[in-house]
Write a protein that binds this ligand. Structure first.
Ligand code: ADP
Ligand code: MG
Length: 459
């Protein structure tokens, strides 16, 4: 060990003094020092998850400890000990594509591999897709097309924000057709791949070959067609236009996904935009509370986990941006639990999702929650805090407890304290009642969802 590294045990001790023992046990017992100089401290950590986590949460703590012990303030870096299975990646996740550099010199095959099906994500099948109000039309149409390509809706134009399930749905159609219609010649690819393939075909004088590939498909599915607006040269749009016409005129199915509706694809030629609207245009919206809950259950189940209701509700309440983010939250919580060998409970969930929810939780106060409940239900604070158990008081009280649990960082005991010194089991029971009601009464769930976003967006 180099002389400076000898100070590592003392640094560890200093860190131990400054953070909670559980955190220390989780994050610091498993790391080793690889190198320590006045300029740089390199720590060896077990895997990528540790790496990310330490970098985000503990660099400051470590630097302060080093300063206290050695008097220097080195840069803190991490190296991963081995390359373990990526616990924090979605199952079947597609490896990120390599940056598209050197396009001009690349081989055409690169953009059009004969084993294009290898690029599909095995998880993106209909049985893993949760249907609900926000995607009902898109889902029903996708199923109809998978059953009867070229007949039901042509073209099918699917649009919606990032992470809402467009790729999942378009690949689900592809999978279904691959499995049930071996007679059909189909092709799924991203718009970027289509464009790159075309450019290289032009450069290699293979336009005819290109045409014969695309214009003879029975089903052509192109993901992220909005890319045609971004940097596509007119000639590429033109080529796509003719591909479209050829397929359409011979009754072949075209499926397109996009991040915006056709009319907002402003850089596209009008004649293309109007063709996109010939068939069915379906939008996917962000999922409602109920759907978020169903999606979370599904995602946990796909990982062989059953998460406690309280945890599912907490995530559904706090993560309302996209399905991808919901999935990310489940992945974090599950990975955190496996890595630390702790059961998934509220404490672990809050810790795992600290980055995601802390910002929100820190800004919502008990007073704001109480103010909303008392105004909305026209009752007084002293009623909420009283021993009265009539339905007209008990339910608002339970809602207040539920909101406090979901939106603030107060413990069950503290929340009980606010409402007339009730104990933690009463608060748990109250939250449970609200959860059950939300599950079976969508309009009630809607109200709770509405107030949640009101409280969050108050500033
Ligand atoms: P988009 O292409 O719209 O950006 P994706 O299809 O890539 O979004 O979806 C992002 C993630 O969310 C994927 O892992 C996908 O499986 C998941 N997802 C989206 N919508 C649903 C849904 N309705 N049911 C289950 N998973 C979904
Ligand atoms: Mg996508």
């Amino acid at each position: 060990m180099a002389p400076q590294e000898a100070s590592w045990p003392a640094i560890l001790q200093e860190i131990q003094r400054n953070i909670r023992s559980q955190q220390f046990d989780t994050w610091f017992r498993n790391i080793e020092v690889a190198d320590l100089s006045p300029q740089a401290l390199t720590l060896r950590v077990p895997n990528n998850f540790y790496h990310e986590w330490m970098k985000r949460h503990y660099v400051d703590t470590i630097q302060r400890a080093v300063l206290a012990v050695t008097g220097s303030r080195p840069i803190v870096e991490f190296v991963v000990r081995e390359t373990p299975a990526p616990v924090d990646a979605a199952p079947g996740a597609v490896v990120p594509p390599r940056p598209a550099s050197n396009l001009a010199r690349a081989e055409p095959q690169r953009y059009f591999p004969s084993d294009w099906t290898a690029r599909l994500n095995k998880q993106y099948v209909f049985s893993n897709f949760v249907a609900g109000t926000s995607n009902a039309v898109a889902h029903a149409a996708a199923r109809a097309i998978a059953e009867n390509p070229g007949q039901a809706y042509n073209p099918f134009f699917l649009h919606g924000g990032v992470g809402l399930g467009k790729t999942h749905l378009i690949q689900a159609i592809t999978y279904h057709l691959l499995e049930h219609r071996p007679d059909l010649d189909l092709l799924y690819l991203s718009c970027e791949n289509f464009m790159n393939h075309f450019i290289s075909a032009v450069q290699n004088n293979e336009r005819e070959k290109f045409r014969s590939i695309y214009r003879n498909k029975d089903v052509l599915l192109i993901d992220d067609i909005h890319f045609l607006c971004k940097g596509a040269r007119e000639v590429t749009q033109e080529e796509f236009f003719h591909t479209f016409n050829a397929l359409y005129n011979s009754g072949k199915q075209i499926v397109l996904s996009s991040d915006s509706p056709p009319q907002e694809l402003t850089k596209l030629e009008e004649r293309l935009v109007s063709r996109f609207k010939w068939g069915l245009v379906a939008r996917i919206d962000p999922p409602s509370y109920e759907m978020r809950l169903a999606i979370l259950k599904k995602k946990a189940q796909l990982r062989g986990r059953v998460l406690p209701d309280e945890v599912l509700h907490f995530i559904a309440e706090n993560v309302d941006t996209s399905v991808r983010d919901l999935e990310g939250a489940v992945i974090k919580v599950v990975a955190f639990s496996s890595l630390t060998n702790r059961p998934v409970d509220m404490e672990l969930t809050r810790e795992a999702l600290r980055d995601t929810v802390e910002r929100l939780a820190a800004t919502i106060t008990m007073d704001e929650i109480i103010k909303w409940v008392t105004t909305h239900f026209q009752i007084k604070l002293c009623d909420l805090q009283s021993k009265r158990r009539s339905q007209s008081i008990a339910q608002p009280r339970q809602i207040a407890m539920y909101l406090a649990r979901a939106l603030t960082r107060h413990s069950l005991e503290e929340i009980g304290g606010y409402f007339g010194g009730r104990d933690h089991t009463t608060v748990m029971h109250g939250c449970e009642r609200v959860r059950k009601l939300m599950e079976c009464d969508p309009s009630f769930a809607g109200t709770i969802e509405h107030v949640t976003s009101q409280l969050r967006n108050k500033r």
